[in-house]
Write a new protein. Sequence first.
Length: 281
Amino acid sequence: MTIQWYPGHMAKTKRKIQEDLKLIDVVIELLDARIPISSKNPEIDSLIKGKPKVILLNKSDMSDPRSNELWGHYYDENKQDYIYTNSITGKGIKELITAIEKKMAHVIERDLKKGRINRQIKCMILGIPNVGKSTLINTMAGRASAKTGNLPGVTRSNQWIKVSQRILLLDTPGILWPKFEDPIVGLKLAWIGSIKETIYDREDAALKLISFLRESYEHCLIERYNIDINPSDEDIDIYEKIAQKRGFIQKGGNIDYSRTAEMLLDELKKTKIGKISFENP
Ligand SMILES: Nc1nc2c(ncn2[C@@H]2O[C@H](COP(=O)(O)OP(=O)(O)OP(=O)(O)O)[C@@H](O)[C@H]2O)c(=O)[nH]1
């Protein structure tokens, strides 16, 4: 499945981010904890040109705790600063503030020696659509200053929000684009809900989801849908077993593949199938 989705405003957005970045001391790279590879913009490190960066693995309430642990080891080994966050509850924000202050401690000290006592640290959040940028800004600001929504691509609006004694956060996050060319990346983005539902084949995405879950989270499929899975079953057989269990049968006795796909993708998005991660280091 190849997903073609490169909104025309992307080039303009990139220029805006490059412009905003001139003001920024520390970049906050927001990733989805379920897909830290596929939710990373391949150009981000060249865009930010060596500025200090903290990686946030957001929606960590939805990802597999075992995978979270593996990613933690990976980032530790690669000496990268990372924090597990939940933009909604604010989990990880205290750690983020501490990490940003630590990253800039040498600059603040240098400025202090020059007599500049209230040096502020300016930060900006960068991330792909729907990863939780606006929710994080709102939670950090402690007020509803940016619009949040369930659909990818709703963030508009540049002001600074004071999030600690020293730290200012740009109220407009930078929307980056994922790596669309790779069909597997496209599929994972579709699964986590970062791609508009109308531009990919939902039944194909659901069938491939079953294939993935069978490989890595078979117990979740069995428990959630109360089905048996035999080694000889094709993925489509499992799809049909799930449809039958839920009674998704059309008049005339045919399986309602479309309704089954919608249900599966929706239950995945609502973490009803389980805490699922699609990528490990
Ligand atoms: N479970 C969970 N949901 C989250 C978390 N962070 C954000 N969400 C939800 O994810 C959806 C998208 O969040 P937004 O804050 O609008 O995402 P965004 O990155 O600003 O999206 P764009 O405006 O499309 O760029 C919303 O439904 C949020 O409630 C999180 O840590 N955990």
